[in-house]
Design a protein around this ligand. Structure first.
Ligand code: ATP
Length: 133
């Protein structure tokens, strides 16, 4: 299968640079897959599970939480707000974050801003747990 150059970075640095057969991740408008030969394209990323298929056929899974993906002249660049490979996710931490967020949301009495923050924390924790399991 044809491959294309892929770079994955976060504000903390470069996490992946190499050839890939496929990248699957969640954009703000739905799931998308990038293969070699994809037309020039740019989108904002949502929160969800992401997969990178390498030339040897192995698949690496990650939690992708926001950012931007572009495919320009055959090169894919994914700049994520947060990108955690499955093996780097701390499941216990995510479970605790989920419980804290659920607790806050169920108690009520939050301002709109606090509610949105708790909801976003819950969403991030759920993505991490779904990637891990
Ligand atoms: P927590 O309340 O546990 O900090 P959070 O969703 O508020 O969760 P973020 O603000 O999304 O955390 O992330 C802060 C930093 O911690 C980022 O670098 C992120 O990659 C890392 N991080 C957060 N949760 C986990 C986790 N469960 N496993 C590994 N890294 C994590």
């Amino acid at each position: 299968m044809r491959t294309f150059p892929l770079q994955i970075g976060t504000p903390d640095g470069l996490l992946f640079q190499g050839e890939a057969e496929r990248v699957v991740c969640r954009s703000i408008t739905g799931d998308l897959a990038i293969l070699a030969g994809h037309c020039n394209f740019c989108t904002a990323l949502g929160m969800g599970e992401a997969h990178v298929v390498l030339p040897d056929g192995t698949t690496r899974t990650a939690a992708c939480i926001g950012g931007m993906l572009s495919m320009m002249d055959g090169e894919c660049s994914l700049l994520a707000t947060t990108w955690e490979w499955k093996e780097d996710i701390d499941e216990e931490r995510a479970s605790k974050a989920k419980a804290r967020a659920e607790d806050l949301l169920s108690k009520g009495g939050l301002t709109d801003r606090e509610y949105k923050i708790a909801e976003a924390k819950l969403h991030r924790a759920l993505v991490r747990l779904s990637v891990k399991n």
